[in-house]
Design a protein around this ligand. Structure first.
Ligand code: G3P
Ligand code: MG
Length: 243
């Protein structure tokens, strides 16, 4: 059965990449949760999507230029009402919340636009404090980062590709990088891609699938999981689809 993974948490109903969005993903019974990790100036892995804090917090600046002390003072409600206390969580705080659950945990290393030296090491160091085993998936748009991780860890690895990726055979590149899953933009997903990936032993997990019609299409294609901002909606579609 296709799993439903909350993209940046249940971000339709709570500020993305915050503990509130992850708690809501748990409440909405998502099968997994995806979030993005970058490093503060002083090397702390934190959970945030953009390379600056401008869009989602009341501060300004590049994450790589801000210390953890400064980051921890920011309000991260992303403009959503009712979430004034939302903060940018550290990776450790996020893992503390998710570890006691059964959810899959997809940590996206957000190092395609800004190069964070040792992001891989810092993420693995944070994970070493938990026994999460095959619940974890580490992913990146950066092929360099995926290849580096494949020499460092046995956690499942995924290669992410965007709409504009020029790769003709992304499943092949995924294998070459030592990853076993492909996370493509949903616009890249069709019968052929899902079949070729399956033949290569690669799991396909499209992002971001919110439209009910698209959710159904992905269920019909039998992808391993979808990333969605609305796990509750996707679950009710899956229930009807199965029935
Ligand atoms: O990891 C899948 C998806 O999150 C990639 O896109 O921009 O939301 O991180 P983005
Ligand atoms: Mg992401």
């Amino acid at each position: 059965m296709t799993q439903i993974w909350a993209h940046r948490g249940a971000r339709h109903d709570a500020p993305e990449n915050t503990l509130a969005a992850f708690a809501l993903a748990i409440e909405q019974k998502a099968d997994g949760v995806e979030f993005d990790v970058q490093l503060t100036e002083d090397g702390v892995p934190i959970v945030i999507h953009d390379e600056t804090v401008d869009r989602t917090t009341d501060g300004r600046g590049w994450i790589r230029d801000l210390s953890m002390a400064k980051i921890s003072k920011l309000q991260a409600s992303a403009g959503m009402k009712g979430f004034k206390k939302a903060k940018i969580p550290t990776l450790a705080e996020t893992l503390d919340l998710l570890a006691p659950t059964k959810l899959r945990i997809n940590i996206e290393l957000k190092n395609d636009a800004v190069d964070y030296p040792e992001l891989e090491e810092k993420v693995l160091e944070a994970l070493s404090g938990y026994k999460l085993g095959d619940r974890v998936v580490l992913s990146s748009f950066s092929d360099e980062s995926v290849a580096k991780l494949s020499g460092m860890t046995k956690f499942e690895l995924a290669y992410i590709i965007s709409d504009s990726s020029l790769l003709l055979k992304p499943w092949k590149r995924t294998t070459q990088l030592g990853a076993s899953a492909l996370h493509p933009s949903r616009r890249r997903v069709n019968d052929r891609l899902v079949k070729k990936a399956a033949d290569a032993g690669i799991k396909a997990r499209p992002w971001v699938v919110n439209n009910p019609k698209r959710v159904k299409e992905m269920l019909d294609l039998g992808v391993d999981a979808i990333f969605t901002d609305r796990p509750d909606v996707a679950r009710s579609i899956r229930r009807k689809h199965a029935g």
